[in-house]
Design a protein around this ligand. Structure first.
Ligand SMILES: Cc1cc2nc3c(=O)[nH]c(=O)nc-3n(C[C@H](O)[C@H](O)[C@H](O)COP(=O)(O)OP(=O)(O)OC[C@H]3O[C@@H](n4cnc5c(N)ncnc54)[C@H](O)[C@@H]3O)c2cc1C
Length: 386
């Protein structure tokens, strides 16, 4: 068992950290204030990030991606947690793994442009009537001579405004779900309102409506009936990378600010960090962040070994997101009134953290998965054969 990072990994972390500190963090206040990210600034950020060779970092090098292992990707994602969602989306992209099922002409039409960053993609599973129950969707596609006719609606679709096409889950039979690549601008495809959120300012979350949208044959990703598997596979990695690792990064960032504040702020002629009750908040945060971090790394390592990490990732999703929630809550407390005041970003981190326990499977759903598995398998705490 080797817990060390090699020199290349350390250098990669340093490079990404510097990029986040120098290029992303200075843009945060403006995005927060305006509620959107300026298009020209987005293009400039994208160009600079591309020069690092980490755009589409999870995609094979042969396609122009970063070609990173799961663990290496997770190390970068952890650093991404140190800044705002929309800045990471524009800088490093979101190229979803199911796109690797593209074949023939699909490769040039959707996969390659997504990896190159010339076309942006969003994943659309959730509907007003189907969130946790992702198989309960009503959106459906009916086969016809020219391909498929898509009808239905989705909501909460992150990055929808910036996206050129969408991975859409749709019923193609009573119990069959398929995935389609749907280009923006097709007749009958309309984009609804941007659903304003408590946090993640700057990232649009859109409603989408499909009214008899004619899709050609090539729009079907993978095989008919494979859609649920593709969606769940994509979400599994998203949970680890964009939720687990980023939650650890965000919690680390907030904890660093909390420690600095506790070291400088004086009351009763004493640094507040010298009061034991404040120390407890710092200590608990440091312990929990480090525990969550190793869970994230371990799950990424399992994926790299070709192991089934679904259960581990469910545990990571709960542990990392709830750790972040506790850490930001303590940070507000340690900052006192300034933690609640908009003059400092602590209240923003508090708001931004709340969604981690909800999207990509709520804590309740993942606890259900973990408990069912524990009851089925028995030995869950430690098993040398795993
Ligand atoms: C900011 C944001 C961004 C998002 N981005 C995307 C996106 O890009 N693409 C996309 O497809 N979706 C996206 N979503 C949707 C997100 O994944 C869902 O909101 C999430 O899965 C929960 O579904 P729901 O909101 O319908 O809640 P519900 O499923 O209605 O759940 C409500 C409550 O009931 C509980 N509950 C439900 N079922 C069970 C159960 N079996 N056992 C115990 N408790 C249960 C839940 O845990 C929760 O507490 C986004 C949502 C938000 C808010």
């Amino acid at each position: 068992m080797d817990f060390s990072l090699n020199d290349e990994q350390k250098m990669m972390i340093e490079t990404v950290r510097r990029f986040i500190t120098e290029e992303c963090q200075p843009l945060e206040d403006e995005v927060e204030e305006k509620g959107f990210f300026d298009q020209l600034k987005a293009q400039a950020l994208h160009r600079k990030a591309k020069a690092l060779g980490l755009y589409g970092m999870n995609m094979p090098e042969a396609l122009g991606g970063g070609g990173l292992s799961n663990l290496d990707r997770i190390l970068c994602e952890e650093q991404f947690g140190h800044t705002t969602d929309i800045l990471i989306r524009r800088a490093f992209g979101n190229v979803y793994e199911p796109l690797l099922h593209c074949q023939g002409a699909q490769v040039e039409r959707w996969l390659k442009p997504a990896v190159e960053g010339t076309r942006t993609c969003a994943i659309t599973i959730t509907e007003p009537g189907a969130g946790s129950d992702a198989a309960g969707i009503k959106t459906h596609a009916q086969k016809n001579d020219q391909g498929w006719v898509l009808n239905g609606a989705k909501h909460f679709i992150s990055d929808g405004e910036w996206s050129d096409f969408f991975l859409v889950s749709a019923k193609t039979g009573e119990k069959e779900i398929s995935m389609f690549m749907v280009d923006k601008g097709l007749a009958g495809f309309t984009v609804g309102k941007d659903q304003k959120m408590m946090g993640l300012r700057g990232t649009p979350h859109l409603e989408l409506f499909f009214d008899n949208v004619q899709l050609d044959e090539a729009c079907l990703l993978g095989e008919a009936g494979q859609g649920f598997k593709l969606a769940m596979g994509a979400l599994n990695v998203v949970r680890l990378a964009q939720v687990g690792a980023r939650a650890v990064g965000k919690a680390t960032h907030v904890c660093e600010l909390m420690v600095n504040w506790a070291s400088e702020r004086k009351q009763f002629n004493t640094r507040i960090g010298d009061f034991q009750m404040v120390q407890q908040m710092i200590a608990d945060s440091v312990i929990e962040i480090n525990a969550a971090r190793w869970m994230v790394y371990h799950a990424a390592w399992m994926l790299d070994q070709g192991m089934d990490a679904r259960e581990q990732i469910a545990m990571v999703k709960v542990q990392a997101s709830e750790t972040l929630g506790r850490v930001v809550d303590r940070a507000v407390q340690v900052f006192g009134g300034m933690g609640f005041c908009k003059e400092l970003p602590i209240e923003r981190y508090y708001r931004d953290a709340r969604i981690y326990r909800i999207y990509d499977g709520t804590s309740e759903i993942h606890r259900g998965v973990i408990a069912k598995s524990a009851m089925k398998k028995g030995a869950v705490l430690f098993d040398v054969n795993r």
